[in-house]
Design a protein around this ligand. Structure first.
Ligand code: PLP
Length: 441
């Protein structure tokens, strides 16, 4: 919903934003951690309720017919930037809009949209950007369901893809983009989107976003270049803000760090209004918006985002420092201890923290990894990440079981690679748990 509250030509526009939003005090611009508590919500409009109520309704009453028409102009895209008012819960709602305003603050994005899951967000972004004959260029590996979507499902509609390894140098990416351009020409389409995921799951390889943007500039110039979209679930929004490094569209599985309590599934997409408008149009059509209750839960989560992520990041550093030289450990894929110079260079340019999700290589194979996982007491044996609790899983046997053996080997997803997401528990308790589980191997 637009933020102006003036009546336009006698049409009362629904007002949600506070009359005078507090974003600065004197010359000081308030930090995201401060704004998460009140931004975008005016208690005066909801009986003084300090927290936004959950608006459980499927539809919204218009004050008059002209208002209904004006709001629909925003829904149908006749007017860019979304609707001036609330219409129908497949399109918009107060909880989702307040959440979108708050979410956009961290990445300093012009606009944000929330979705029913990370995958519905990714699907909606792709549907908004690809046509028959187009080519998608992506970094690899991607989240397994995203790979299936791009490599298999879009293929049914005449969309092809090319991929480059996450750590590729800008020159290699440029060669790939040139090849994609030729392939698109032959198929009667265009290079529709450059889709990145960084760090990649589960290898933690970083993509050089600035390098990809430079390669795009080299190959496409300003001649209708394909947008760069990036799945920022692992480090965002606290430790990596890709819009500042040349990305156009940032995607989150809000299920992970942003939700942060392993109690909901949701997704988010951020970027300029120009990039969000076609995505919003598809969301309006297919109904991939997040529900009001989940939006409310996410607002609750955003209030502690910085606290939770900071604590989890500090805990991960302590645990990894313990694991680093342990005799039963065969290596760590932790961004705090990068060995490759090119990866370290990307890390230093793009990231402000190493996160709390990493790979732990147990000496041995699947049997040793199983033994380790089955002996852990505090860490729960579950997929997912970014929650308050520490989780451990074995990608080769779980999330990546469907990946063909050769591809798994090429990606370095070995049978002894344990995926860890560190939570906010006491760090010494966690170290004691890792110590006893390793002793059992
Ligand atoms: C979990 C995850 C997704 C999918 O998100 P859902 O909320 O489960 O749909 C996409 N990308 C990454 C990197 C993820 O970790």
């Amino acid at each position: 919903m637009s933020e102006h509250d003036d009546d336009v030509a006698g049409i009362p526009v629904t007002r949600r934003m506070p009359k005078a939003p507090i974003e600065r005090i004197g010359g000081r611009k308030l930090k995201p951690a401060t704004l998460m508590m009140g931004h975008g919500y005016d208690p005066e409009l909801s009986e003084g309720s300090l927290k936004p109520p959950i608006f459980l309704t499927s539809t919204f009453a218009f004050e008059n017919a002209a208002a209904g028409k004006r709001f629909f102009e925003g829904i149908t895209g006749k007017r860019p930037g979304g609707s001036d008012g609330l219409v129908y819960s497949r399109f918009n709602g107060p909880n989702q809009e307040i959440l979108e305003d708050r979410l956009s603050i961290w990445d300093e994005a012009e606009d944000a949209l929330v979705f029913s899951s990370g995958m519905s967000a990714i699907t909606t972004v792709l549907l908004a950007n690809v046509n028959q004959g187009d080519v998608v260029v992506h970094s690899g590996p991607l989240y397994a369901a995203t790979e299936t979507l791009i490599n298999k499902i879009l293929g049914r509609f005449g969309v092809t893809f090319l991929d480059f390894p996450a750590g590729a140098a800008p020159g290699e990416v440029a060669v790939m983009l040139e090849q994609a351009k030729q392939q698109a020409k032959a198929n009667g389409g265009k290079v529709a989107i450059i889709y990145l995921e960084s760090p990649a799951n589960p290898t933690n390889a970083l993509v050089d976003i600035e390098g990809v943007a430079a390669a795009r500039e080299q190959v496409f110039g300003s001649d209708n270049p394909p947008p760069i979209a990036i799945d920022n679930t692992f480090l965002g929004p606290l430790w990596q803000q890709p819009l500042k490094h040349g990305a156009d569209i940032v995607i989150y599985s809000l299920t992970k760090y942003v939700g942060g309590h392993s109690d909901l599934v949701a997704g988010g997409v951020l970027g300029s209004k120009a990039h969000m408008d076609p995505i919003r149009a598809i969301r309006n059509t297919i109904g991939t918006i997040c529900d009001p209750n989940t939006a409310w839960m996410l607002m609750r989560s955003l209030e502690t985002l910085e606290l939770r992520m900071s604590r989890a990041g500090e805990n991960a550093l302590k645990v990894c420092t313990f694991l680093r030289d342990h005799p039963k450990v065969d290596g760590l894929g932790y961004l705090g201890f990068i060995e490759s110079n090119s990866q370290k260079d990307i890390y230093e340019r793009h990231c402000s923290g190493a996160g709390s999700t990493f790979s732990l290589f147990i000496k041995g194979g699947e049997a040793e990894a199983f033994r380790f996982l089955d002996t852990m007491k505090i860490a729960k044996l579950a997929v997912s990440l970014g929650g308050t609790e520490t989780l451990a899983s074995l990608p080769a046997a779980m999330t990546h079981l469907s990946v063909p053996d050769e591809r798994r080997a090429a990606l370095g997803i070995t049978d002894n690679l344990v995926r860890i997401s560190i939570g906010v528990e006491d760090p010494d308790d966690l170290i004691a748990d890792f110590e006893q589980a390793l002793a059992a191997v």
